[in-house]
Design a protein around this ligand. Sequence first.
Ligand code: FAD
Length: 350
Amino acid sequence: MIQHTDVVVVGGGQAGLAAGYHLRRQGLDFVILDAEASPGGSWQHMWDSLHLFSPADHSSLPGRLMSAQAGETYPDAGHVVDYLADYEKRYDLPVQHGAHVGAVRRDADRLLVVADAGTWRAKAVISATGTWTRPFLPAVPGLFTGRQLHTVNYRSPADFAGQRVIVVGGGNSGAQIAADLALDANVQVTWATQRPPRFLADDIDGRALFDVATARRRALDAGRTDTGGVASLGDIVAVPPVRAARDAGLLEAKPMFSRLTADGARWDDGSQSGADAIIWCTGFRPALSHLAPLNLRGPRGHIPTDGTRALGEPRLHLLGYGDWTGPASATLIGVGRPARDAAREIAQLS
Ligand code: FAD
């Protein structure tokens, strides 16, 4: 049986919930379909020591401030999960958990959303599926016979006690996981990055980053020169563990190796590192396979958009994912504005 609604939101992490908040304010009927069995999106799967790079009051979704976590300036992932679960409940958002969407298709003047939990026909779809389920691994020549994992599989240094580990990647995940391991005396870490790591100044946390992203958006909106945004400042937020490892001289990066060997990696200069495990902190791609029937894919696997609206399908909005769907839209504090804009645009659709 096909169910009818105004809007289907695919994904019930922070982006899907922010969408729900604003759809409700527009008076629209909607359902949120989320593959996770419980609330919290991908925050449920972060590694044990992960903390936000912004304080709680700078990590809130529309309408409800995240409370501070006792004893922590920067809340941990569990605190975010609790906040999102509470948000879902407080606003009575119609989230169906354990509902995986396999395909979104055109059906005359509507979109058909096919999920394992049923099929919905809607005048619009907001896709908010994030990137966590699509870890990216670069192709590197050679064959390593030890254990290989991605950021998404990492939990804690205890899993690597007595081992030699190569961490690959010069972004926040790479720096934080390398620091987490390096601060444990039982693990021997080599950190490999494609270019020298660029640490942000110690006093720059998510608050300052959000201010920069906002200033950039205002400049672009007003037709002024692009200020370069957050990327112009550096890549790595010096969160307390990263700072501690760096200041103790434990976070020295090597250039990226050129080849995997059976028991480690080899560099262009002929040097080698033995390893029991390699952790690839090499990023993510947007999880968009459910949208394949719409044939909208553009360069780099993205779907070209104007704001959040897909250029090739005015009934489809993309929320979260990265700056390409709105400045800072893949952050807790930044997703509110594009969610509001998407809901307003959808309310205008016939
Ligand atoms: P997700 O949380 O991934 O939620 C997407 C949901 O969609 C999931 O529940 C998923 O199961 C579901 N889904 C996927 N595909 C389907 C499908 N086909 N059908 C149905 N459901 C589907 N941001 C900050 O603001 N502050 C931080 O400190 C911060 N730290 C970060 C640290 C790390 C290591 C990472 C990776 C990101 C961090 N971010 C941070 C960025 C961002 O806030 C998170 O990535 C956040 O989880 C993105 O939320 P989302 O709702 O877009 O995606």
